[in-house]
Design a protein around this ligand. Sequence first.
Ligand code: NAI
Length: 343
Amino acid sequence: ALHASFTPKIGPKIRPSNRLNPQASAFKVAVLGAAGGIGQPLGLLIKMSPLVSHLHLYDVANVKGVAADLSHCNTPSLVRDFSGQSEIADCLRGVDLVVIPAGVPRKPGMTRDDLFNINAGIVKTLAEAVADNCPDALIHIISNPVNSTMPIAAEVLKQKGVYDPKKLFGVTTLDVVRANTFVAQRKNLKLIDVDVPVVGGHAGITILPLLSRTRPSVTFADHEIEQLTVRIQNAGTEVVEAKDGGGSATLSMAYASARFVESSLRALDGDEDVYECSFIQSELIPDLPFFASRVKLGRKGVEAVISADLQGLTEYESKALEALKPELKASIEKGVAFAQKQN
Ligand code: NAI
């Protein structure tokens, strides 16, 4: 049963620590795609976590230097580098949490779906390795298009007979981070207090911020709802255009991913008050086997889906939900078809 009211934890407690506390640093985390634009700052933020004992960095190139560099930070985790297909099993064995930011990012003019042809195969290969070497780990998929890559990973895990829907996550934390920032700015709120759940998927109109569910409770004029919603949906493109060919969001994404990692590890560690939004297997919406929602995290991954967020939506939100369904359904089916065809 779900509690009607709860206090969501706002953000992770990322705090540097140079005290070696074996009880606080018990988890092994692997980052696949660790030498990339997201992977490097993400590695740094995870290296700062007192909950992590081992940080395994995997990439197809350039990961040795990243690991050597990070290993000099005097925080508890032991950093190791792994490169290429021959070392991925060693990278993954015994790991509690795997984060996957491997793959190409967008350039101006591209949609996330334009990345499908390259990233679908990368995620499939990496998901197979996870299934073979650490089937009990939590898996965070960052590689875009998340609306398709997450279903690909689910399908691969099913084919390998190790799929646990409570442990596979498409990372949508950046949408929440952006929503919180933009709403706080617009309404002059203290940023640390603001929490906006974002549901649906992770591309364009499939990103649905539930502004009516903003905490603390605020009222928005119609034009504010429209402007904020559109800005949150297009925030990734804002960064892609500003970088002008240099890639997509990396620093804010690393921040968001580190928050989700920290939340997941706190939940694994027994904290009973951890809530995050994520794209997960879902039964909330007919015809959409995957849907981003706010979830309660626990020792075994997703402990509960907060379905109450979708009750009593405003007319604007209900229409937006209807509008996103066909696109999200098509993206999910594209991913599933890819994984089944390749098998
Ligand atoms: P990047 O190109 O800077 O880094 C990607 C890294 O993946 C590179 O180091 C590359 O060598 C590595 N890689 C490629 N194939 C690999 C394989 N088979 N195994 C292991 N590593 C491999 O790209 P960036 O900016 O780090 O973005 C990575 C992905 O994250 C992109 O697909 C991007 O669209 C996605 N993204 C997702 C967001 C989200 O909110 N979920 C937000 C921002 C980006």
